[in-house]
Design a protein around this ligand. Structure first.
Ligand SMILES: Cc1ncc(COP(=O)(O)O)c(C=O)c1O
Length: 373
């Protein structure tokens, strides 16, 4: 049985994810304007929102070289409307590499590598498919996650990539994820410059060895305007800026909250608190509890599976059935919990956007796309 699409915010079934279209477009325009000057391009990270309608707005705003994705499933969804995709992640299993190769037969695909095993897996899949897959050597620029060390180790892997069948060496990437949340701007700047120097120097070493290094990719919402102005960085992979979360708001980047989780008050058991129907099954607690939008003095004191408990100012008149708007602390894991965005303009629902690439399981996404021929 299909339910009719609500036309008013008050009719949206809760808990629900809401995006303020005007705020989203302002964030997208602000970022595009930054990259409209200088030589560095933006490659928005699709993993943040997994929503084709948002990605299309980012691409339409200009200054973009394509999209960044984290998973093969995201890339499969993105390939329907974007012809240049960076998988900023190590893809190693034969099944996933075959899917990357199938995509590479249709669009320009580039994936991160940090091992000979990963390189060999992509090369095999590309050969089997008769496609060419681009690679970036992934460097550990201080985050301590994936990536080879800058310098010699990176050059050795780049040389192997350049010799590999059906592999196109396109450059290097180094995500300074550990620096995105650094609150002090001066510290964030100086540490980002150190991290980016290692990346840019490695790119120079690779070129000096006679190898191509057209892409030097880095950055996120916390460092886009630092890494994005470092000479030699060619692309920035920022994602959260379009929607924003409370964690990034406290870092002090110039973007506004454009989404929230809408809940309904289901209990007002005491003067000083109410309880809404949106717990951590509808938003993450990663980083911190959510903020409360539009009720001065209200704070979320706990999230349970289906409940948000909210401490209220003494004079609050909020009552059962009223709506609350909670601002999540982290964009990506919150959006991954929902199927759609309700797109609003004030009190009016103007659209509903599928979060087409959401979900934890790659095979879930596969059911939504064409099987490779
Ligand atoms: C590889 C990579 N690049 C870029 C980003 C930047 O994303 P954001 O702008 O949302 O911080 C992330 C975020 O986790 C990432 O993992």
């Amino acid at each position: 049985m299909s339910r009719s699409v609500p036309t008013r915010v008050s009719e949206i079934p809760t808990p629900a994810l809401v995006v303020d279209r005007a705020a989203l477009d302002r964030n997208i325009a602000r970022m595009a304007a930054f990259f409209a000057t200088g030589s560095c391009r933006l490659r928005p990270h699709f993993k943040a929102h997994k929503t084709p309608e948002i990605a299309k707005r980012q691409l339409a705003a200009g200054s973009c070289s394509g999209l960044t994705c984290a998973t093969v499933g995201e890339a499969e969804i993105a390939a329907a409307f974007c012809d240049d995709i960076l998988l900023a992640n190590e893809i190693v299993s034969p099944e996933k590499c075959a899917r990357v190769a199938a995509l590479a037969a249709r669009v320009r695909m580039t994936a991160a590598i940090d091992s000979l095993a990963g390189l060999a897996a992509l090369s095999r899949a590309a050969r089997d498919r008769g496609a060419s897959i681009g690679v970036l050597v992934d460097l550990n620029v201080g985050q301590g996650r994936c990536g080879v060390e800058p310098g010699e180790a990176a050059l050795t892997l780049a040389q192997k990539a350049a010799q590999s069948e059906r592999i196109v060496l396109r450059g290097v990437m180094g995500y300074e994820g550990h620096l995105q949340p650094v609150r002090d701007r001066g510290e964030r700047e100086s540490r980002t410059h150190v991290a980016m120097n290692g990346l840019v120097d490695t790119a120079k070493t690779i070129r000096a060895a006679g190898l191509p290094c057209e892409i030097v990719s880095a950055g996120g919402t916390g460092t886009y305007d630092i890494s994005g102005r470092v000479d030699g960085i060619t692309e920035i992979q920022a994602g959260s800026y379009a929607l924003m979360d409370t964690d990034y708001s406290s870092v002090g980047v110039p973007f506004e909250p454009a989404f929230w989780v809408l809940g309904t008050v289901v209990s007002r058991p005491a003067r000083e608190r109410c309880v809404a129907d949106c717990g951590h099954k509808s938003m993450t607690k990663d980083h911190s509890l959510p903020g409360v939008r539009g009720i001065v003095g209200a704070t979320v004191t706990s999230l349970n599976d289906e409940h948000a408990t909210i401490a209220l100012p003494p004079d609050s008149t909020i009552t059962i059935g009223d709506r609350v708007e909670l601002l999540p602390s982290h964009v990506d894991p919150t959006i991954n919990l929902h199927d759609v965005f309700y797109v609003v303009d004030g009190p009016t629902v103007v659209d509903v956007w599928p979060i087409a690439a959401r979900g934890y399981l790659e095979h879930r996404n596969r059911t939504r796309m064409e099987e490779p021929a």
